[in-house]
Design a protein around this ligand. Sequence first.
Ligand code: C2E
Ligand code: MG
Ligand code: MG
Length: 744
Amino acid sequence: MRVTVESQKNRNSLMASLRVLGLRRDGIGATRRGLREKARMFRTLLSNLDGMVYRCRNDGQRTMEFVSEGCGQLTGYAPSEMLLNQRISYEEITSAQDRARVREEIRTALAWNRRFFVEYRVQCRDGAVKWVGERGVGITDGHGAVVTIEGFIEDVTERKLATQALQQAELRFRSIFENAIEGIFQTAPNGDYLNVNPSFAHIYAYETPARFITEVDNIEKHLHIDPVRRVEFMRLVREQGAVTGFVSQIRRRDGVQIWVSENARAILDEAGTLLFYEGTVEDITDSKLNQEKLEYQASHDPVTQLPNRLLMNDRLRRMMLHAQRNDNVVAVVLIDLDHFKLINDTFGHNRGDALLQAVAQRMRQCLRETDTVARIGGDEFVLLLSGEGRGEAISQVAQRILKTIAQPWRAEGEELSVSCSMGIGIFPRDGRDVQTLLRNADTAMYKAKELGRNNFQFYSPEMNAIMSARLEMQTVLRKAVENNQFVLHYQPMIDLNSGRVAGMEALLRVPDGSGGLLAPQHFIRLAEESGLIIPIGEWVMREACTFNKSLQDRGLPAVPVSINLSARQLARYDLMRAVEQALRESDLAADYLELELTESMVMNDPESVIATLRQLEALGVHLSIDDFGTGYSSLSYLKRFPVTTLKIDQSFMRDIGDGEDGASLVKAIISLGHSLDMKVIAEGVETGAQMALLMQNRCDVMQGYLYSHPLPAADFCALLERESMTTDKVGHLREMCSTSLCTA
Ligand code: C2E
Ligand code: MG
Ligand code: MG
């Protein structure tokens, strides 16, 4: 009986399987053998199915009435264990977490008389958990109530895990996309944005990606400041498939202009068809501005904000190329401020810088927009003037600059003025490359300095000779300093009342390399410009003091020695220390040292000079004004200076013979000196007539070839010895006067 029930059940199961598999019941009416054959075939089929065909009751346990062989493989339980819940019910192996959901989904489908499909976990016999997919259908009784369910359950663990992994990956990538700091985008092949991330939208000042995509319809016009850049970008991606670091300038939604760098590449399908473009955008405004700032700093002078030498060279090169194509010229004007070092040294760097700024501004005002003015060194500027065909036009500009710069300049209540010297080189005539052109303009500038500064000179090939002489002289000076080759000559000064030697002036000489000696006019200015005057001046002081002391030690009449100072030695240099040292080393009394200064030296910055001079005076050193009458002196200052002597410049002696005017000037200076309580010395006295005039006008002392040329130390010593023997010195003077008058 039991067997019959089982076989009846089996038959029912088979029928159910047929229905599940969608097979029709056509063969039911065939012969038994045919039926058996079919049953065998279906059994084979069912047992080979990857999964489990079932029929269960629509009850709480999902009691299985039929399960196919696949049950074992799917759940680990043999079909017999599952059937009629003999060992375990299907409900029990359904994961507790999923049970309610599975039940609900099945219930709903059955209620609507629909097939269902549900995925959930089952716990296998060995404890492993598997994901299964179950599809099934409800079987109703005659009254429409679902009594059984028939269906198929298969292992979908692998697919499920793969999908889950995919979903997680997608989630991860979405998170990267959403939270990336860089802007990320996808565009259609025509460039329209398909998808952008929040950062992308923010870069362009849109609140959300959606807003960006809907509002930006014309990318070139909407975003790009230079629409051609966008066209170029799209062309590159199309042609090369990828673009990196493409920089363009963008106008954001709020109007702010920014710089962005874009990377993009084309995404193709397997057949090579373009699907879309994707890429990233980065706001590089800050680094771009930094870079611009660095570039600016590298190419501009920090004090005046003018282009520096580097940028000037570059511009000159371009202008030369341009001029060459257009058969035009370029003028290079090298400008050097006269005595700027002195101003800098005297007034300090702050004022020096302020002066440079004022000069830069004035120069700019004299030029056209297209011209360049650059600062290439301490006090050196360069103008680049394009298209100035005629020298006349260049001269006009140079003239204008001379005039503008020479205008007095007020700072902190004081008035300063500075002049400049300019050298002009013309491309292509004076050089076809930057270096030659600048070198020749430099040569012309030196010529302008030679000619007394405050002027401009056009370059000419003959100037090269001057330049090389200058260079040679510089070498001679350096060598002389290194090898201690300088020589001092001494010229006596004669007291016009007593006829005695009243002093001696130390005059510097340097060997010319061929046995002769060079006078200061050939090298003093160069020594001042190069700064060599400082060590040279110290040497002069030491040597002169030592020599003077040696004369006294020989018992010769003691007379003071005069030393010429240069402006550099007065400004920002510890003159006091040098003087004290020279006196100490030579053991000479300060009273026997006299320092000669010129008017321009003391008048440039009278207040600070007065302080230095007072210190020197306190030391016991005498001070005199040399070449008096050639510079400009303020009498009120002259009174305040602790100066005891005026030396009338030798040019006045020359003028004495030229008529009344010359003589009256000399007279005037002598009485001026006396009225200031100063001793007056006349320089450059060559004739008896000059001496006679001086004596008549009670000039105190004379110095000049009439009495003696400057002499080497030994000769001067001999002169002093001779002179000390002469008893009638005044007679000697008179004699000199008359012989000279006779010879004249
Ligand atoms: P200075 O101080 O006015 O010196 C007088 C110049 O006149 C000397 O020229 C001297 O040789 C020259 N002299 C003297 N008597 C006569 C004369 O009767 N007729 C003519 N025509 N000239 C006469 P020197 O030696 O060539 O010096 C020129 C200038 O160089 C000096 O002018 C002085 O300013 C400067 N100097 C000379 N030695 C030194 C020095 O050691 N240091 C500095 N910083 N400058 C110096
Ligand atoms: Mg002198
Ligand atoms: Mg003089």
